[in-house]
Design a protein around this ligand. Sequence first.
Ligand SMILES: *Cc1c(COP(=O)(O)O)cnc(C)c1O
Length: 411
Amino acid sequence: MQLLERFRTEVEERRAQHLLRTLQVSSSAPGPTITIAGRELINLSSNNYLGLATHPALAAGSARAVELAGSGAGASRLLTGTHSLHEAVERQLADFLGEEAALLFSSGYAANVGIIPALAGRGDRIFSDALNHASIIDGCRLSRAEVTIYPHGDTVALEHLVQGCPPSRGGARLIVSESLFSMDGDAAPVTALSELARRHDTLLLLDEAHALGAIGRGGRGLADLRGVSRPCLRLGTLGKAFGSAGAFLAGPACVIAYLTNTCRSFVYSTAVPAAILGAVAAALPLVEAAAAARQRLQARAAHLREGLRRLGFSAPAEGWHIVPVLAGEAERALAWSAALAEAGVLALPIRPPTVPDGTARLRLAPSAAHSAAQIDQVLEAFARLAQAAGGGSQPSSCGAEAATSTSRCSA
Ligand SMILES: *Cc1c(COP(=O)(O)O)cnc(C)c1O
C-alpha cells in the first residue's frame, strides 16, 4: 500500500539522518539510576527533580485513593467524573499558588492544546517565545489566532511587536512563555513579561512545567520567586517535580469557570483518575517541605556545569537544574550519548525537531536524589569522552545560532 510505503521510507530517512527515535525500555523504577537492557545507568534524562516519583508516600496516597474512588473516573468531569478528590486537589493546588481557583488536566500537553485555543481564537493575537514547548506551539496552531513568534526571552523585541501588531477588530492579546525553558534550562524574564503584559492590557500565560516544585519558595516556581503581579495564569505539571502525572492551571476564578465550559481537552476527556489525585495530594506537602532537596538539586547542577566546562564542553556558566551540553550535529549527540551509556550514564540525545537544527545536545537533568559521588562518576564518563574525541574538540560556539525569531506579524 502506498501510504505504508511512505511511512517505511520516512523511518529509514530519519535513521540515515541520525534522527530516528526508539524507545528505551527500563525494568526499574525511574530513580537516580535506571535499568535498561539489564544495565543500571545513572539517570540524567528524567524530570523527577525531587525524586518523588518513587516516594512511598505517593504510592500509598495513590492506593488509598483508588480504594476510595476506584481505578477509573468513568466519565468526563462535566458528566459524572468529578469526585470530591478532584475538588480537594484543585483547592489544594490553588491555595498552594495563592490563586482563586485551579483546574486539573490529564497532562501538560493536553492542558496547553486546550487552554490556549480556549483563551484566544480568530481575531485575537498570541505572542509566543521562539523556544516554547511543542504543546504551546500546537495550542497556538489550534487556536486560529494570529501568532507572532518573538525572539527567545527578548522583551524589547516583544514590546515592539506588541505595539506594532494591534489586535484586529478589538481582539484580545495573549503572551505565552515557559518560565524555565525545558531544553535550554534558562529562565524567562518573567517580571519584565508581566509588566509588559500589564502595560499593553495583555494576558500572560506562564508554563511552569520545569519550575514548579523544583525552584522558588516552597517550590512555588519562578513567577512566585520573582513576585510577578496578577493576573498571571500559571500552568503547572504534576509529572515532573511532583512525581506523578497530569497538570493544572491556576488563576482567577472567572478564567477557571470559563475554561471549565470551553476548554476542549478538559470538556471532552475522561477525568483524571483517583490514583493520580491520591499521589498529588500526598506530594504537595512533601514538595512544600523540600527546601533542602531543592538546594541539593541546584548544587548537583552547578557541580555538573563546572565539571563539564572544565573538560571543555559547551555547558552554560550558570543556570538552574537543566544543563544542556551542546553537540551541534545530531550524529555527534547520538555518539556522545552512546559512549556515555557504555560508561554507565544515561544522557539521551535531544535532536531536531525538538531543538533547532545544528543545536543537537545532551540535556542533563540531575535530581536531588543523585549523590555528589554519582555526579563525579558522570563527569568521569565525560572526561573519557573528551579524551576519546582527541580532547578539546567540543564546539563551544554552536549554540550561537540557536533559532530565534521570525519576528513578523504573521498568521
Ligand atoms: C513536559 C512539558 C509539558 C507537557 O507536560 P506533560 O504533563 O508531560 O504532558 C508542557 N510544557 C512544558 C514546558 C513541558 O516541559
